[in-house]
Design a protein around this ligand. Structure first.
Ligand SMILES: Cc1ncc(C[n+]2csc(CCOP(=O)(O)OP(=O)(O)O)c2C)c(N)n1
Ligand code: SF4
Ligand SMILES: [Mg+2]
Length: 287
């Protein structure tokens, strides 16, 4: 794909920040890097204001390192901790009113398809569990019912973290936080099952404790959304600040959850999506 969109106009060369020049020269645009290439190039995000040990920050870094065509990607975000990061990411991104993200992403995708019918433009929603599974759930599900060609990635820290620790539909039963002093009464919602039943062609759940898997799933979700329909990836991304755990224990806490069978990875691929992936693999073997 063309990197013309990110290149610097000669008239601006002397005023563009050095960081952006480096990104154009040594960043991921047009390179098709995978998550295993992280550390070998200038990344789309290098600094951010999230807390030490934030699981969401780990997930975001891995998601950004897994985009198949960053130069042709629009990230659609929502209010929450991740919104603090995107102003510093070298990508086209839009910040939405809390919960509206999938409705606006649908419109952006349709507009891009009309404006650039012969080009690939990936529209990827990256939002918290509150934005996705609670306040935006109506618009998220409606986008899935319509099979909109967008990928939705939930950064699941199982809380309204940015507002100081309220429970969300994705919090575990019994969760105690600052503003849930008596513990959550209801169990965690099973959004992957909702996504599958709502018509998503690809649904996956994993965490940053498995970077290779996360990279593969995010990539699959974006590629399938290009051709087949809606896709959903849920990333367990613990929040040490609101759950009052040690920042250095974030990955350990995920492994413990897996061991205690309170979290499991999953992947659903529809028949159409599977045929599409096989065709892509076949083409890359011969290409
Ligand atoms: C329309 C609207 N309602 C409520 C808020 C307040 N608000 C800001 S962030 C947030 C919590 C976001 O939770 P989540 O989507 O899980 O993201 P996190 O902060 O956990 O990353 C809320 C309720 C808002 N900004 N806008
Ligand atoms: S409050 Fe939690 S989710 Fe938000 S930046 Fe801090 S650790 Fe990350
Ligand atoms: Mg959250």
């Amino acid at each position: 794909m063309s990197t013309r969109i990110v290149s610097i106009s000669p008239a601006f060369e002397d005023v563009m920040p050095q960081e952006y020049k480096e990104l154009v020269e040594n960043g991921p645009y047009g390179k098709d890097y995978k998550v295993t290439d992280l550390g070998k190039y200038k990344e789309l995000i290098e600094e951010h204001p999230l807390c030490a040990g934030c699981g969401l920050a780990l997930s975001l870094r891995l998601v950004l390192g897994s985009l198949p065509s960053p130069e042709d990607t629009v990230i659609v975000g929502s209010t929450g901790c991740s919104a603090l990061v995107f102003p510093q990411v070298g990508l086209h991104n839009v910040h939405l009113l809390f919960g509206n993200q999938n409705a606006v992403a649908s419109g952006i995708k349709r507009a891009l398809s009309l404006r650039f019918p012969d080009q690939v433009k990936d529209v990827v929603v990256v939002a918290g569990d509150g934005a996705t599974a609670d306040i935006g759930l109506d618009m998220v599900m409606q986008s899935w019912f319509r099979r909109e060609k967008i990928a939705t990635i939930m950064l699941d820290n199982e809380a309204y973290a940015n507002t100081g620790g309220q429970e969300s539909g994705m919090s575990m039963e019994g969760t105690v936080m600052n503003m849930v002093p008596k513990g959550k009464v209801f169990p965690k919602a099973d959004l992957p099952r909702v996504a599958e039943a709502s018509g998503c062609a690809y649904v996956a759940a994993t965490s940053p404790s498995r970077p290779g898997k996360l990279g593969k799933m995010v990539r699959r979700a974006i590629l399938i959304a290009r051709e087949v329909g809606s896709t959903y990836v849920q990333l367990l991304s613990p929040c040490p600040t609101n759950f009052k755990t040690k920042p250095s224990d974030t990955l350990v806490s995920i492994k413990t959850r897996e061991k205690e069978k309170h979290f499991k990875q999953s992947e659903y691929i529809s028949d159409d999506a599977r045929s599409y992936l096989s065709a892509l693999e076949e083409a890359s073997r011969h290409g």
